[in-house]
Design a protein around this ligand. Sequence first.
Ligand SMILES: [Zn+2]
Length: 268
Amino acid sequence: MKIDCGIVQDLIPSYVDGLCSESSKQCVEEHTKDCEECRAFLEECRAVEFSGKVLEEQQLDGLRKVKKKIKLQNMFSYGLLLVVILFAAYFFTTNIGAINVRWYYGLYAVAVAATFVVTMQGKANVKYEKVEKIMAGMSLAAIAYALFWYCFMMGSVGNGTVPLGLELGQVGPFLHRQLGIALAVEIAVFAYTMVRYLKWDIVCRGTLLISLTGLFFILAQTTLLGRLSTLEAHMRNFTEAAVVILGAGAVCGLVLWGVERRRKKQVR
Ligand SMILES: [Zn+2]
């Protein structure tokens, strides 16, 4: 019995999928033995089916990889958050003046490295770009605020005067309060960026870097303030901390800016 090619070609897709009945299967097999046109159609359907399966596999594989990456990056960010919180808690419950400021350099380097690693693959959420800029500005302002009061008060004391009608003994506590304000701002910005960060809105990477720089710099200042030493030794240590932390922050900021620019170019 010669079957119409149209009927066979209607059957071929379900034949390829392995969905047709035994009799239809036989029918297709017998017909394609003799019919060149239907055989070609069958080969074509098989090829499409095969590439579809390969594509599906690839997509699944890609999805698995992305999931793994997200998991890894979330782990990193939770780890980073934990380190900074534990670290801050430790310093606020111990004699802050007894801590070696150089510890901050190492911890700052670790925190910044973690920031770089976990944000590299991130996708920016444009919705938050404006808030991020305000946050980054606040964080920079807090650094400038801490820097200003420190230099102003220490400079005055170095010149033998005490401004604002304060007595010499009040300079330390006054500076401590100013640094506390700046530190509170940095902690608020850091907390905000961490939330964005964990929600995968990685546009905050620059803000995170600035707030981490501010946090470590102000902590270093607070530590130095709590330490008894001569004014010269004090200013030397302070200058070192400022150059190391703020300098490293500026270099990392430039690198991040370059990476961001290249990424934006690639997107376009
Ligand atoms: Zn045919």
